[in-house]
Ligand binder design. Sequence first.
Ligand SMILES: Cc1cc2nc3c(=O)[nH]c(=O)nc-3n(C[C@H](O)[C@H](O)[C@H](O)COP(=O)(O)O)c2cc1C
Length: 319
Amino acid sequence: MKKNCWQKLNRPILALAPMAGITDSSFRLLCKKFGADIVYTEMVSAAGLCYGGQKTLSYLKFNKKEQPVILQLFGSKPEQFAKAAQIVEQAGFTGIDINFGCPAKKVVQNESGATLMNNLDKAYKIIEATCNATSLPVSIKMRNSKGTTTAYDFVNKVKDLPIAAIMIHGRSFEQGFSGDASWDQIKKVRKIYKGILLANGGIYSPQAARQVISKLDIDGLGLAQGVQGRPWLFKEIKDLLKKETWSLSRDRVSSYDWPKIKKIILEHAKLTMKGKNNLIEMRKHLLWYVKNQPNAKELRQKLVKVETISDLKLILKNS
Ligand SMILES: Cc1cc2nc3c(=O)[nH]c(=O)nc-3n(C[C@H](O)[C@H](O)[C@H](O)COP(=O)(O)O)c2cc1C
């Protein structure tokens, strides 16, 4: 019998969706602090884990306070998923997710990610091999469609497997990462899949979150670009969900002003420095944090050069 951490979470579940280069341990921890119920790592190569490459193995590190953490795998070979699943289980993760939605060229060319939406027999074998190799709950993430294959076709094919949770990115492969998400596939999938179902795509405000939760029969949401430079969105959504009444205009104002944001930036930087020697990888986050500030342009010019906490403190002090 599989353990299933998903079933124990309160609804609606707010998940930090996987983002390559972004959902590292420090960002996951920060999102957890702001109310994320479950967090995903960025996608990790199943083949890379099997070969034991140092960079790939570094993705296995996490802080216990991040739990529950789901490690997301991508790849194309069922036997590699089976081996990788055992490695992930040994590393102490709470669950394993499989990526069927990534459109990046190097992933797609390798018959991984979204390409597998057009090879349902292979996708089936990958999920089956992973489920058989581990006692961890196995979840999957896909897009609304790729070409003529829909999320419904996909789930219909694999629905007899013990899949713990499904996150559907409501955009097609062809849409990439922008444009409106559509929820038609989520509605259809709900009819044939009774497990945990999460909607993802274009949920960038507490109001949008509340609207999606109220109109769909889902267990929760996956948040990605909406939390870039705004990890507190998790808290804002939870606060809005607690209100009995709400209005689009009145509840739009965020209480996260610049002094508060500066504190969060420093906290994020300190967490980053626990695993890294410098803040270079954090620079993209810094640029997102200042996005709506009146002096954003000037700040950005300085932040792209940040390497140490003292560089950062100096810039923030003078802002
Ligand atoms: C920079 C970036 C990296 C991403 N990396 C991954 C990934 O590693 N695995 C995955 O399944 N999805 C990945 N995604 C997709 C997101 O998880 C999410 O499905 C997508 O961004 C739609 O949600 P959003 O509109 O809230 O951003 C990535 C998205 C972005 C913007």
